[in-house]
Design a protein around this ligand. Structure first.
Ligand code: XMP
Length: 187
């Protein structure tokens, strides 16, 4: 790969995701009314693989949250796009929030605050990655894949300006290295 450093390989991701699925299965297997709340767009790839590893039914709800735009550091504002149906989808249910990365924590904090208004039976959080930083907002993470260094990362759903989501691995990325998708794929 010519412009970024791979932090988590595709093979590592596979084993991290299946490990997380085992933990989640142990926690939820005997419960009914489970809703996976998947944060778009970044957690879409991760959630698809994670949920495919579970052997019991889970309702899936997608929720749009954005704080980054086309930059590589949080803008400090979070927009949550809640659907009109969210009350019915969440009230009385066991909600598992699935996000790609716990960075500053602003996005998850905003979402969790909002979710409590919908009176779920329980809320737990699952993130693929957590950055090893002092988080602006401390969030209880119930299921965590990997702790990574403080770098902007792309791949496996994570993007820069809408690009690089489809990389099968996680790589660090610096905009000054902004490269063609061809290079990022290691071509
Ligand atoms: P916060 O800072 O609110 O971030 O915890 C949560 C959301 O911001 C996005 N994010 C990133 N996206 N590379 C990305 O492509 C990163 O290094 C990164 N850090 C944060 C992501 O959508 C996450 O859910």
């Amino acid at each position: 790969m010519s412009c970024d450093r791979i932090l988590v390989t595709a093979k590592q991701l596979e084993s991290v995701v299946s490990g997380l699925a085992e933990e989640i299965a142990a926690a939820y297997r005997n419960l009914d009314n489970i809703v996976a709340l998947v944060m778009l767009d970044g957690a879409r790839y991760f959630a698809k693989d994670l949920l495919a590893n579970l052997d019991f039914p889970v309702e899936v709800v997608f929720i749009k949250a954005s704080s980054y735009g086309s930059r590589t550091s949080s803008c400090g504002r979070v927009r949550i796009g809640a659907s009109a149906d969210l009350t019915n989808q969440i009230r009385g249910k066991h909600v598992l929030v699935i996000d790609d990365i716990y960075d500053t924590g602003l996005t998850l904090a905003t979402l969790l605050n909002r979710l409590r208004d919908y009176q779920p039976q329980s809320i737990r959080t699952c993130v693929l990655l957590e950055k090893a930083i002092e988080h602006t907002q401390k969030i209880p993470i119930d299921f965590r894949g990997l702790i990574i260094e403080d770098a902007f990362v792309i791949g496996y759903g994570l993007d820069f300006d809408g690009r690089y989501r489809d990389l099968p691995f996680i790589a660090s990325f610096s905009p000054k290295h902004a490269c063609s998708a061809k290079n990022a794929h290691g071509a």
